[in-house]
Design a protein around this ligand. Structure first.
Ligand code: GLA
Length: 737
């Protein structure tokens, strides 16, 4: 619900449980007043103290008023070089060489439905959805350049999206050197910040810290959202936990360089700014042109972190990706990478598919190594033509065999990359990013194709579509295995080189539109050296993303735990692999690996021909178990019952169906359950005055007992044991006996 009070010039956005308020000041600046728990007040500008902040600048239009200061007042969009010394929302170099931009309110529009951006992925709202948009124009009165602030409101989900569009209506060209997508100034609050850091093989580890005075920053300058820091952060009260306290989420719908800043100033006010990383960003916006900054998805919860996650899970399940696969059952798959790497032949692949079929697997995925001269990582990338020595008859012949078994067939691509040892490189050495006169850095022996070039994008769309167009492929794993550097494109003049990082991402979205959106019957899964590009922008294209190359179950507990704060379980690719695990050398039971992999889109990365009879039996059982509970896992409310980082000797999570009738509880112990200590898992999301039947134990217990006392775990179990409990609610039962 978006309201505008004409008299006070106050904009109020309400969602079911939150309120966001802004006010146009007497001098035309747009002040941010409030974001938090829903309130009825029409104007909370009383929060701004009537005090002279000595030494702060006062804009000329304030005359002798020494109170009015852009730095002491909370801003909705902070200008530049006009006396707000905190992180600016914008930095420009105007045609006359000046740096100033001061946006003042000019006009606004409120309409039902959700805005979209023309060049970047955004959330969408269906016609039935209660979504609204506020567009507000801020104008610099001297240059006439404008910024359009966009607000999208998903009322029931407590989600407000933000984006900004800069339009150069000045008389000359303007260099845009920074444009934040969102700025939020909190006048009150003493916050913790939760970020998600990591590296290849250990993505999205949870990091909670108290904000210190100064700038607290996370970001990526790797050309990609990356393994190191996820473009998602939470701000919360110091005592916020899973169930209580204020929590705010900020997620960027962008897959390239990003920054999230939380600046605590000298008055202990907190400014949040999120957007494209300004380093090496210099976009020339010519007279009459516009530039779009990516969308930020903000969520607020007054009931702790679980509720915040539920808002994100719901909106990312329903409003991000338009693929029909988002809402359909996902196939249980087997992937060739971990068992075979680059060395395989058709016969071996067919045999693997045959055995897998008996184990309840729906789809065989051929990973890296099927194309060009790709016998190792040194050659072939760019040559998207099947290697007939390994695969006589090419992809159609193999796909036909797999299909004739009643299975689906999937294929791996890494479209954005090129090996120097490839026909593509020999034909177009200028098609990769490279700084003139410098030998570029290699990573995994590969270079990045220059996706800022339209001809490269067109080539990739055509080359990949050539394989996909005949209908042999049911699933694509879209990989991306290095970071970007040597960022220079021979296609653009020197003064436009500051645009290349962003133009690369625009090119990427262009090829994804040209490949993914033109193949609605193919399920696409994102990947980047595991989970190195797990972000909101990618989720507009991919219903699921491979969570990590680390398939060791205990490590996966922390990876999946961190990922779950924003991303729904339905988006996380998770597979069972062999033990000892190839990376960590750890051995855990098949059950533990399977239960951990059921925290996502389930599958296998192993050679079933090498499995024992016992393992094959287990494999078939877990494929069936997953299929039976997939709907609940994919669409239920998800609860983190314990953290893999706390003192608890187990990590547990729970799914509760939206109608409350069923629930699945999964537990992995991280210590030995010894004889002298009882371990109870307290459940959540249940009705306290209902009874639940637990399939595995035959017990019938009340929601109150399960929530407040908990389930008793069996004694004397080795470290890394796993348990699942399936609960069904018994209708018409009363607790007060
Ligand atoms: C990346 C992926 C793996 C696999 C390899 C193939 O590392 O994350 O799953 O596809 O590439 O080269």
């Amino acid at each position: 619900m978006i309201l505008f009070n004409e008299q006070n010039k106050v904009f109020t956005i309400h969602t079911a449980n939150s309120t966001y308020q802004m006010k146009v000041s007497q001098h035309g600046h747009l002040l941010h007043l409030y974001y938090g728990k829903r309130i009825v007040d029409e104007d909370v500008s009383y929060l701004i103290p009537n005090v002279v902040r000595s030494h702060e600048s006062n804009p000329a239009e304030a005359g002798v008023d020494r109170v009015y200061s852009l730095c002491a007042y909370p801003q909705e969009f902070s200008g530049n070089d006009a006396g707000d010394y905190r992180i600016p929302s914008i930095e420009v170099v105007n045609a006359d060489g000046s740096y100033a931009f001061v946006g003042k309110y000019r006009s606004h529009k409120i309409y039902s439905g959700k805005y979209r951006l023309s060049s970047l992925p955004t959330l969408y709202a269906s016609n039935e959805e209660n979504a609204e948009t506020l567009e507000m124009i801020l104008k610099d009165e001297v240059t006439h350049a404008e910024v359009k602030l966009l607000y999208g409101v998903f009322y029931e989900k407590d989600i407000i999206t933000r984006a900004a569009v800069f339009c150069n209506h000045s008389e000359g060209d303007i260099h845009l050197e920074r444009l934040m997508s969102a700025n939020v100034d909190f006048m009150t609050g003493d916050f913790d910040m939760i970020g998600f850091f990591g590296h290849h093989y250990l993505e999205r580890q949870t990091d909670r810290r108290h904000l210190s005075h100064g700038i607290n920053e996370i970001g990526s300058f790797r050309g990609v959202s990356g393994h190191f820091h996820n473009p998602f952060a939470i701000l919360c009260d110091r005592n916020t936990n899973e169930d209580t306290g204020n929590a705010y989420g900020f997620a960027l719908m962008y897959s390239g360089n990003f920054v999230f800043d939380a600046e605590v100033d000298g008055y202990s006010q907190t400014r949040i700014a999120m957007g494209i990383h300004p380093k090496q960003f210099d976009f020339l916006v010519r007279k009459g042109e516009c530039f779009e900054a990516p969308e930020v998805v903000m969520a607020y919860s007054d009931k702790g972190l679980s509720k915040l996650s539920h808002s994100y899970h719901d909106v990312f399940r329903q409003n991000a990706c338009e693929s029909r696969f988002v809402r359909s059952e996902r196939p249980v798959l087997i992937n060739s990478w971990e068992p075979f790497g680059f060395s395989f032949d058709s016969e071996q692949l067919i045999k693997t598919a045959e055995i897998s079929k008996e184990l309840g697997v729906d789809m065989f995925v051929l990973d890296d190594g099927w194309f060009g001269a790709r016998d190792n990582a040194k050659a072939g990338l760019g040559d998207w033509v099947a290697n007939e020595k390994k695969l006589p008859g090419g992809i159609p012949a193999l796909a036909e065999k797999i299909h004739s078994m009643g299975m689906k067939f999937g294929l791996w691509f890494e479209p954005e990359m090129i090996n120097e040892d490839s026909d593509l490189y020999r034909a177009h050495p200028d098609w990769c990013l490279r700084v003139p006169g410098r030998d570029p850095a290699r990573s995994r022996h590969q270079l990045c194709l220059d996706l800022s070039r339209p001809d490269v994008c067109e080539y990739l769309i055509e080359a990949v579509n050539k394989i996909l167009d005949d209908g042999s492929v049911d699933y694509v794993k879209w990989d991306y295995n290095r970071y970007v550097c040597d960022v220079y494109s021979s296609y653009y003049p020197p003064e436009r080189q500051g645009e290349i990082y962003h133009r690369y991402i625009l090119g990427l979205y262009r090829i994804m539109d040209g490949i993914i959106k033109t193949h609605p019957d193919i399920l696409f899964e994102g990947c980047s050296g595991g989970g190195g590009r797990f972000d909101g922008g990618m989720l507009v294209y991919f219903p699921q993303i491979w969570c990590s190359d680390n398939t060791d179950a205990p490590d996966r507990l922390t990876i999946q735990y961190g990922t779950s704060f924003m991303y729904p379980v339905s988006t996380m690719g998770a597979h069972v692999s062999v033990c000892p695990n190839k990376r960590t050398k750890r051995t855990v039971s098949f059950k533990t690996r399977a239960v951990t992999a059921m925290h996502g889109t389930f599958g296998y990365e192993l050679d079933p021909a090498k499995m024992s009879e016992e393992e094959r039996k287990e494999c078939a059982e877990y494929s069936a178990f997953y299929r039976k509970h997939q709907k609940l896992i994919m669409s239920g409310d998800y609860y983190r019952l314990s953290s893999p980082y706390d003192d608890s000797i187990f990590t547990a999570w729970q799914f509760v169906s939206k109608d409350g009738t069923e629930s699945l509880v999964c537990v992995v112990t991280e210590d030995i359950l010894i004889n002298d200590k009882n371990s109870y898992v307290c459940l959540r999301g249940l009705e306290e005055n209902a009874f639940y039947r637990i399939e595995e134990t035959g017990q019938v217990l009340s929601g109150a007992a399960l929530t407040n006392i908990g389930l008793l775990l069996p004694h004397s179990q080795p470290q890394y044991s796993a348990f699942v409990f399936y609960l069904t609610r018994i209708e018409a039962t009363v607790v007060s006996r």
